[in-house]
Design a protein around this ligand. Structure first.
Ligand SMILES: O=C(O)CCC(=O)C(=O)O
Length: 273
């Protein structure tokens, strides 16, 4: 299963509305941050890992990406690896990350996917403006993405960018991307400027995270710098979200329970060894 390989899912009746978070007594995020999520569609920056902690993960990632490159693949091919890689699995069950997610989704938390977006130095590919929810056969659209900065990320090395408030439009029309666009994915929303104020760049220090709604318009430019820009996306949803086409197969019940019995609870990979 590829995380973002599906198109419009015209056969599926999906609820693609934004549901504002109602949590008056958050434990980790502030009320202001929750307000920002509801009004703008994202929160950042949030400090999660120290430089020592993230550099440990970066070393691990360096090894995986080198192998990918040696095998003729690139910076976007490491997708859904948490089921087999204990280091990534440890990140999706990390309590500091889950505490933030819990304030948005409640005490029962599923992680159904992970994907590194690694823009190598000089990478000419862009991520065209899109809504995650348009790609995913999931309903309702309540997935929160945690984007963990593995490297320092700024405008120069093509930080992700958000169109604030665009999550409030429901599903937005898109085109299939043209090859000239060199889009990493395959959907493009034209005229993103029609859906909110100018883009805001998600500049993060390695170890920080951003959180975004699956309805926010976002993307990133080619990386014209000589510095790598890698982020790990972790996709979290409450159990009430339903997945079609087998998208419940890679999941982990990271916190609480799934009383719907819909999601697979894949064990920590070290238990298989
Ligand atoms: O990292 C990027 O440039 C894009 C990431 C993205 O599209 C996502 O997190 O859904």
């Amino acid at each position: 299963m590829q995380e973002k390989n599906s198109n419009a899912h015209p056969d599926l009746a999906r609820d693609l509305n934004f549901y504002p978070i109602v949590n008056e007594i958050p434990k980790t995020l502030s009320n202001k941050q929750i307000q920002c999520y509801n009004e703008k569609g994202y929160i950042f920056p949030i400090d999660v890992f120290s430089e020592t902690e993230i550099s440990r993960h970066r070393k691990h990632f360096d090894k995986i990406i080198n192998t990918e490159i040696q095998n003729g693949r690139g910076g976007y091919s490491i997708n859904g690896r948490h089921r087999h890689d204990p280091h990534i699995y440890d990140l999706i069950i990390n309590s500091r990350i889950l505490d933030c997610v819990e304030d948005l989704l409640g005490e029962n938390i599923i992680c159904w996917g992970t994907h590194y977006f690694c823009k190598l130095p000089g990478d000419s590919k862009r991520v065209s403006f899109h809504q995650d929810a348009s790609y995913w056969p999931l309903t309702p659209s309540k997935t929160v993405t945690v984007w963990l900065a593995i490297d320092d990320t700024d405008v120069e090395n093509s930080a992700m960018k958000f169109i604030p408030e665009s999550h409030l439009y429901g599903q937005i029309n898109y085109q299939h991307s043209s090859p000239e666009e060199k889009n990493v994915l395959n959907q493009t929303v034209d005229s993103p400027e029609d859906y909110g104020p100018p883009p805001i760049y998600v500049e993060l220090t390695a170890g920080q995270i951003s959180l975004h709604s699956d309805l926010i318009l976002h993307g990133s430019d080619p990386n014209l710098s000589d510095r790598r820009r890698c982020g790990l996306t972790m996709r979290f949803a409450p159990p009430e979200v339903k997945a079609y086409h087998g998208w419940n197969q890679n999941s982990v019940i990271c916190r609480g329970i799934d009383s719907t019995n819909h999601w697979i609870d894949n064990p920590h990979p070290s238990e298989n060894e």
